[in-house]
Design a protein around this ligand. Structure first.
Ligand code: SF4
Length: 238
């Protein structure tokens, strides 16, 4: 089974080599009809990918994980995106019963108390809804870039995600921050206004802060934890 996935991914990597982001997305949508989905957190990167999909009418579904703890600015850019492209980005929510039990037992802000609590909250609010959102799809498009963190440097644009049983496609993997910003400005794409206030990687409100000059891209996420623990479980790399 593993060799089958490897062969498919190798062939797809050859086919998308050197083509534009739009054409690579179109090629995947054509190769896996109705089975390609994109998870957007409304970040700069994700807004650029949404633009490519929606502006070009590519048959790729777009969903977001509404954790219930997002910034109001994030909801604003969600509204602007729906309006600009005349679309309806699909929200996935945590399961009410699991979330209610967790918050009852641990309290609403238990993520500050331990890594275990933080990962528990991320699992209920993000990882489990993600699994539901990906279910039935064959390709998961993401906005990961190599610049984001050291463990993303060695990634290929396509990889097999064992935990979700799906091919992951990172169309902007080799884009620089400047390139993404240029494309956003050039195409007048709606973006999260927090980016203008030194927020770089934007997640839930209680777990995200602005970064200072010279700080790492991920410094504003879970800043009270060790740097090597700062993944929420959405993207697991070998
Ligand atoms: Fe919970 Fe924070 Fe994770 Fe959001 S980022 S799901 S609030 S621990």
């Amino acid at each position: 089974m593993a060799s089958t996935h490897k062969k498919i991914i190798t062939e797809l990597l050859e086919r998308i080599d050197g083509v534009s982001t739009k054409d690579a997305l179109a090629l995947l949508a054509e190769s896996f009809p109705g089975k390609v989905t994109f998870s957007s957190s409304f970040s700069f990167e994700d807004q650029l990918i949404s633009h490519e999909i929606l502006h070009n009418n590519l048959p790729i579904s777009i969903f977001t994980l509404d954790t219930g703890r997002l910034f109001s600015e994030t909801y604003s850019v969600w509204v602007s995106t729906n309006e600009r492209y005349n679309t309806h980005i699909i929200p996935y929510y945590p399961q009410a019963e699991a979330l209610g039990k967790f918050v009852t037992e641990k309290g609403p802000n238990s993520f500050y108390e331990s890594v275990e609590n933080r990962k528990g909250c991320c699992y209920i609010r993000k990882v489990e809804p993600l699994k539901r959102a990906l279910s039935g799809n064959q390709v998961w498009v993401t906005g990961l870039r190599a610049e984001h963190s050291p463990d993303r440097q060695g990634l290929e644009m396509l990889e097999w995600d064992e935990s979700n049983n799906i091919i992951k496609f990172h169309p902007l993997l080799h884009y620089t921050t400047e390139q993404v910003r240029e494309e956003i400005a050039k195409n007048n794409i709606p973006y999260n206004s927090l980016h203008d206030r030194d927020f770089v990687s934007i997640g839930c409100l209680p777990c995200t802060r602005a970064i200072r000059p010279g700080e790492d891209f991920r410094a504003g996420r879970w800043w009270w934890e060790d740097a090597d623990k700062k993944e929420c479980g959405l993207h697991v790399h070998k």
